[in-house]
Write a protein that binds this ligand. Sequence first.
Ligand code: NAP
Length: 293
Amino acid sequence: MNAENADHPAVTVIGLGSMGSALAATLLDRGHPTTVWNRSADRARPLADRGARVAATPEEAIAAGELIVACVLDYPALYSVLDPAAGSLAGKTLVNLTSGSPEQAAEATEWARSHGADYLDGAIMTTPPGVGSPEMMFLYSGARTVFDTHRPTLAALGDPVHLGTEPGLASLYDAALLGLMWSAFTGWLHGTALVGAEQAAATEFTPVAIRWLTAVTGFMTTYAAQVDAGSYPGDDATVNVQIAAIDHLLHAADARGLDNALPALLKSTMERARAAGHGSDSYASVIEVLRKP
Ligand code: NAP
């Protein structure tokens, strides 16, 4: 194991599932003395082989370093591990990468504070193989000073992005970004099934789809300014034009026996925007019907 130094502070990783194991392995690879603990002890063995120190208890793991990274299934699991060991947390920084809600992040901030610990909430915007890549975002919310102190260590895991001091921001962005991902995945798979009905392979369609997404991100940038201004000039493509266009998708997919639940939902959402008076506005106006009054 590498000796601790100013550039490579010691880190503790609690939770060694797929993600926690990737976090610990990356910290070890970057030269951080790393102590690990997991409920099922056998999951620590591969990390011990790579130089990790394996703590016998959560208390021992917390005592090993100033920075504690936790990544378990959910918040009930987090508290079941940390509550009995909370007395060891004073003076430490807990970086919680367990997925949860903004409200759970706010509660955890208070919980950590009540035990004398600093707290950052985080969201990992990649899968385990992406950990360690500077291309991959790790979102954080919480005190800026705490983030700045640990930024160099957190940068070993991926690009650390501080969203603000409000504790729930990382969870909120995580939910928003996963929603975007699932919509994009399902739209892509629907398109893949559509062209696949005419024998086009997914690997043929996907490079074209990815190129199209570059254009789509440009539209999003234009529409973001419209959303912020609350004004949706329909000078590129109006909601009325999009409703006419989506009928072609519905027809083509229906004729090929595909499930049309997603485009039907999209069409009905556009129609609600039109009914609210946005037929001649840009697609960005659809946000008006997504907000509950
Ligand atoms: P996983 O492989 O299923 O690992 C779950 C971890 O939680 C294990 O360490 C497990 O311990 C522990 N755990 C579960 N219930 C527990 C309990 N009651 N008490 C103590 N420990 C408990 O899951 P994962 O993929 O590593 O995900 C961990 C977190 O990272 C989740 O919040 C997930 O949403 C988030 N995340 C994952 C990914 C991903 O791609 N995998 C991406 C972003 C975020 P045992 O080994 O003892 O069961």
